[in-house]
Design a protein around this ligand. Structure first.
Ligand SMILES: Nc1ncnc2c1ncn2[C@@H]1O[C@H](COP(=O)(O)OP(=O)(O)OP(=O)(O)O)[C@@H](O)[C@H]1O
Length: 229
């Protein structure tokens, strides 16, 4: 579905991604894992078009993606929930959700969003900045889903969030995947969550993918080598 072929990327003079190859199968839930600073967020920004790549190619369903603008990639069906949520604190929940609608050429927020996250309906007229961290994360996911993406990228959605909301977010990801075939790419540091939700894993080190397999094959040796701190 999404493929990266020998992608390299630099920040200033520092190379972050090195000839990186990645394959994301349609309908999969793939966890991108690795220690801090290995390039996971940079990789996601490269897929989204938020950072230009230096060389290599990125395709979705065999169509070149790396030449398209970030906006165009959203239009083509890639939804992105950045690290740190990034909602608009001064806008209401409803206004935050409506931001994606022009891309979708629709006037209404799909009712499905409120079925998945009932709290967003309850808080529709509150300012985003007044929500709890967990509620803001649900809003950020809801806002990405307004675009009805084919692929949803989430960057550490559970960072600093209380366990009951982490559970709800996991349930929503699994439901969208199982019922609608949504392809999910998830940056996840928490092993328990990755194992519950992920079907595939990709381990990163120093800007490269160093291991790729089904989640049930994420064994103690790999964890020790690439994840343990
Ligand atoms: N805007 C930037 N300018 C320069 N260097 C950056 C910038 N953003 C990230 N980097 C560097 O790029 C490298 C990869 O960062 P990235 O955020 O992609 O890693 P990560 O695996 O997502 O880490 P984390 O788990 O801590 O979020 C790090 O060494 C980081 O310091």
């Amino acid at each position: 579905m999404i493929a990266m072929n020998k992608v390299s990327q630099l920040y200033g003079g520092t190379q972050i991604l090195w000839d990186l190859d990645l394959d994301i199968e349609p309908g999969s839930i793939t966890c991108i894992m690795g220690r801090n600073g290995v390039g996971k967020t940079t990789l996601m920004k490269a897929i989204m078009g938020l950072l230009p790549i230096k060389s290599g190619e990125i395709t979705m369903n065999n169509q070149a993606l790396h030449k398209l603008s970030a906006e165009r990639r959203a239009y083509e069906g890639i939804g992105y929930v950045p690290q740190g949520r990034d909602i608009f604190p001064m806008l209401t929940v409803e206004e935050n959700l409506r931001i994606g609608l022009p891309v979708r050429k629709s006037k209404e927020i799909p009712e499905k969003i409120f079925e998945l996250f009932p709290v967003l309906k309850e808080m529709l007229h509150r300012r985003g900045g007044d929500l709890s961290g967990g509620q803001q994360q649900q809003l950020a996911i809801g806002r990405a889903l307004v675009l009805e993406p084919k692929v949803l990228i989430l960057d550490e959605p559970n960072e600093g969030i209380q366990p009951n909301i982490v559970k709800q977010i996991g349930d929503v990801i699994l439901k969208l995947n199982e019922e609608e075939g949504l392809t999910v790419i998830l940056i996840e540091q928490k092993l328990g969550f990755a194992r519950r939700v992920g079907k595939e894993f990709r381990l990163m080190e120093k800007g490269r993918i160093v291991a790729a397999d089904k989640m049930e094959n994420l064994n103690d040796d790999l964890i020790k080598q690439y994840l343990a701190v």
